[in-house]
Design a binder for this molecule. Structure first.
Ligand code: 3NM
Length: 226
């Protein structure tokens, strides 16, 4: 059920995103397999330069793999492919189809996430019925073309206090600055280059997940004390 899946977005999880060009010669399927074996629970397929046919074939495989591991599968931009492979959701940008139209096309059971870069876009995404929002880029990133300047902690703090739906922090987040972001209230973090460009993807994910687990436990304990 969608509401069960969305709980993962509020529970100190790592949201991994593919980028074959940065993956040091490894294919997306190989990288996704490493993510799944390492226990990642949310994966987004994001490829800007491949043909629709190539994307569809990869997404069909990843759909099966993610089902086998009980992992949420989100597809960036390509709403038709998301429908064809029965992904769990899509992630769209501000310049993609209007969210209401994407909802009409995919139905209520699909998770729809949208990138936001300002308070105004955050509230707009709420009004339009997004299930979660991307909040970024928190730090400078070289992964996304034409991305705006970092929104920094200013917008992250706004998302922490004003978002009524789960949000995923993104942009330049690394193992080394992860805890700064968690300390400010983020509960789901997306990473591209830090994971896919790592020589040791499993080791990198483990180190990140250890930090996330520490914060998950800390948050559970502090709630227990209330
Ligand atoms: N979206 P990395 S930043 C895909 O701010 C994407 O909406 C962003 O890559 C946004 O983890 C970004 O390598 C790229 O910095 C994030």
């Amino acid at each position: 059920m969608k509401s069960e899946k969305l709980k993962l977005f509020n529970d100190y999880n790592l949201y991994c995103i593919t980028a074959e060009a940065l993956s040091k010669g490894r294919k997306n399927i190989e990288v996704v397999e490493k993510m799944l074996k390492s226990g990642v629970k949310i994966i987004q397929y994001r490829e800007k330069k491949k043909t629709l046919r190539e994307k569809l074939l990869e997404c069909e495989k990843i759909r099966q793999m993610t089902l086998d591991y009980g992992c949420i599968f989100i597809i960036n931009d390509n709403i038709e492919i998301a429908k064809m492979v029965l992904a769990d959701g899509v992630h769209i940008g501000q310049d993609d189809y209007p969210l209401e139209r994407v909802r009409e096309f995919l139905g209520d059971d699909f998770i729809i996430g949208i990138s936001t870069h300002s308070r105004e876009q955050l509230h707009d995404a709420h009004k339009r019925g997004a299930d979660y929002i991307g909040v970024g880029p928190i730090f400078k990133t070289f992964t996304k073309e034409d991305v705006c300047d970092p929104v920094g902690y200013e917008y992250l703090d706004i998302a922490v206090s004003e978002s009524k739906i789960p949000f995923v922090s993104i942009g330049g987040i690394k193992e080394d600055n992860l805890e700064e972001v968690l300390k400010r209230g983020a509960k789901c973090v997306a990473m591209v280059s830090e994971i896919v460009a790592s020589e040791d993807i499993e080791g990198k994910i483990k180190a990140i997940m250890d930090k996330l687990s520490y914060w998950r436990d800390k948050s559970a304990n502090s709630k227990g004390l209330c």
